[in-house]
Design a protein around this ligand. Structure first.
Ligand code: MN
Length: 212
């Protein structure tokens, strides 16, 4: 997905800042995108500034080869590279609140792997609410198209050699505190209405096309 290399650029939101209201108001989204996400991108570029060999690697490559990176940049790539990756998928995974539902192969796979859409939603919500402190709840597919829900702490990403993240929900307080204060569950419940199922479905179909 991330074919670009250093210097990484801040991707504009694929909708207006106010487009996700009332679930996410314009102020929340502006701070989240223009300050928090941008800072991860800026710090990642700063960390790579002195490493010409790393400047040829895509973000996904940097994140999958983290253990072989020079120790001095490893933590920064983990936190800031992960932050860039997670936020790009988060913002891209939402759309105006239309209350879309999944369709096609992704809808079938949710039923197969979780029992029903509602059971999937309950598990996803539980994962998001129960993540202690800052982190993410992520819907992923493995290479065979099997879906699962993962939780990651801080800005960690799932193992990208094993899993393709389809979308994720940010449960850092910075994602919701301006608007929801401490009511994480209300934010997560609203977020379900923002999921861009069409894009998630396309990501999933690509996994199925590439399967052995
Ligand atoms: Mn965030």
């Amino acid at each position: 997905m991330q074919a670009e290399i250093y210097p990484f650029v801040v991707r504009p939101l694929p909708y207006e800042y106010g487009a996700l209201a009332p679930v996410l108001d314009g102020e929340t989204l502006t701070f989240h995108h223009d300050r928090h996400y941008k800072t991860y991108v800026d710090n990642l570029n700063d960390a790579l500034a002195d490493y010409p060999q790393l400047q040829k690697m895509s973000l996904k490559e940097l994140l999958t080869k983290m253990d072989s990176l020079p120790a001095a940049v490893r933590t920064s790539v983990r936190n800031n590279g992960g932050g860039a990756f997670n936020h790009e998928l988060y913002f891209d995974g939402m759309k105006s609140p239309m209350g879309q539902l999944p369709s096609g192969e992704l809808a079938e796979a949710l039923n197969r792997d979780f029992g029903s859409f509602l059971q999937w939603k309950a598990q996803m919500k539980q994962a998001a609410i129960s993540q202690f402190g800052s982190g993410w709840a992520v819907l992923v597919s493995d290479h065979q198209g099997k879906l699962s829900i993962l939780k990651t702490a801080n800005q960690d990403v799932p193992d990208l050699e094993t899993y393709t993240p389809l979308f994720l929900v940010d449960v850092w307080e910075h994602a919701y505190y301006l608007q929801y204060r401490n009511r994480r569950a209300d934010y997560v419940e609203g977020w379900f209405d923002l999921i861009n199922w069409k894009k998630a479905g396309r990501r999933y179909e690509e996994v199925l096309r590439n399967k052995g």
